[in-house]
Design a protein around this ligand. Structure first.
Ligand SMILES: *[C@@H]1O[C@H](CO)[C@@H](O)[C@H](O)[C@H]1NC(C)=O
Ligand SMILES: *[C@@H]1O[C@H](CO)[C@@H](O)[C@H](O)[C@H]1NC(C)=O
Ligand SMILES: *[C@@H]1O[C@H](CO)[C@@H](O)[C@H](O)[C@H]1NC(C)=O
Ligand SMILES: *[C@@H]1O[C@H](CO)[C@@H](O)[C@H](O)[C@H]1NC(C)=O
Ligand SMILES: *[C@@H]1O[C@H](CO)[C@@H](O)[C@H](O)[C@H]1NC(C)=O
Length: 331
């Protein structure tokens, strides 16, 4: 039931003349320069067009059974800036869906059943944020967006990507945040991230990454937060981050790393989490051991690297080892 409608009845106010429009079972909030409509967990299977305020700027339809939304539906809300459609039953979207919403900057399609999207699906609105988290996508195409797209944020986590979607990334030169966590990615080839010269935050945790090309981060100069935990990485190139200006946080925990090559964290990595890897604490760990000691001295921050081999050092934090135990010389 429309809460305002009930209130009006309760207060004995004339119901229709003064009442502002609002779709059945939804809640509407009329602010100074915004109108918000929220249709949460209600039994509808089609877009609630009836009663939709024409000046709606923020529309949320979530936890309902709507299966589709069209350009015609959104004609009802030409001033829309944000469209939140998480956790419905959307299976596909139409090419013209956003044709009548020229101010839309945010669209959230989290938790639907989308398997693929048509060309130009996000072409018509000046979007800066797209969430497609928890759908069934395995591809993301360049032609979803215009080539001068101003998108700064895209969440593609929890889908079925086996490869980094190089196509769509070509058009995302302004992207700042990319989330591809919880997919099935196996590698990061050279070149695919090169268009992302402004990218600051990259989430790749919970994939199946075995390898990262030594040139993968050749052009992501602005990268500051990199999440690679819970993958299958066995080694890293010593020059992997040489073109990154300042990596503030690098998470490599829960991988299969045994050694870290000399130079891998220099000169620009600030904090790193190396926990839950099978570190082999021998003389080859000289570099990491020194780096870790310096990090503790300067930042009071340990990398959480714990020895797995040799057996006599098993369970010891790398930083706690003496030069003799590690078999290195300190001048
Ligand atoms: C939106 O329309 C309603 C009437 O339908 C009006 O009361 C409200 O002030 C309008 N809001 C804006 C931001 O224009
Ligand atoms: C959606 O449909 C299912 C199955 O028909 C039903 O059980 C569920 O209650 C519906 N959800 C809403 C929010 O109406
Ligand atoms: C979505 O898919 C259904 C079934 O495959 C189809 O009938 C419908 O026309 C599609 N809608 C759009 C907007 O593409
Ligand atoms: C991106 O922003 C620029 C500058 O504000 C603008 O000229 C351009 O039209 C925008 N691109 C899109 C696709 O809206
Ligand atoms: C590395 O990035 C630069 C642009 O910064 C590019 O010109 C060069 O071709 C790239 N090198 C490789 C080997 O990909």
């Amino acid at each position: 039931m429309n809460i305002r409608y009930l209130l009006n009845i309760a207060l004995g106010i004339c119901c229709w003349h003064g009442a502002l429009p609002c779709p059945d079972l939804c809640n509407c909030y009329f602010g100074q320069d915004s109108t918000e409509v929220i249709c949460n967990s209600i039994p509808i299977s089609v877009f609630p067009a009836k009663g939709m305020p024409r000046n709606t700027t923020r529309l949320t339809i979530q936890y309902t059974n709507i299966t589709t939304i069209t350009g015609e539906d959104l004609q009802a809300t030409p001033l829309l800036k944000e469209l939140h459609l998480s956790n419905n039953e959307l299976r596909n979207l139409s090419t013209d869906m956003l044709i009548e919403v020229p101010y839309l900057h945010t669209i959230d399609l989290t938790g639907n059943q989308l398997t693929h999207l048509p060309p130009r699906v996000f072409y018509h609105a000046p979007l800066d944020s797209i969430a497609l988290k928890n759908n069934l996508l395995s591809r993301a195409e360049a032609n979803w967006l215009p080539s001068n797209s101003n998108l700064t944020w895209i969440d593609l986590s929890g889908n079925r990507f086996q490869k980094i979607p190089a196509g769509i990334l070509q058009n995302l030169g302004r992207l700042i945040t990319l989330d591809l966590s919880e997919n099935k990615l196996e590698d990061i080839p050279a070149g695919v991230l090169d268009p992302l010269t402004l990218l600051e935050r990259l989430s790749l945790q919970n994939n199946k990454l075995r390898s990262i090309d030594p040139l993968a981060f050749n052009a992501t100069y602005a990268l500051s937060y990199l999440f690679l935990q819970h993958n299958r990485l066995e080694k890293l190139s010593p020059t992997l981050f040489q073109h990154v200006k300042e990596l503030r946080y690098l998470d490599l925990s829960e991988n299969h790393l045994r050694h870290l090559p000399t130079g891998a964290l220099d000169p620009n990595v600030m904090f790193v989490d190396l926990g839950l890897n099978p570190w082999h604490c021998d003389a080859k760990m000289d570099y990491l051991w020194r780096w870790e000691r310096k990090s503790i001295e300067v930042h009071h921050e340990a990398t959480k690297a714990v020895c797995s081999l040799p057996a006599m050092l098993k369970g010891r934090p790398l930083a706690s080892l003496s030069p003799d135990e590690l078999g290195v010389k300190v001048e």
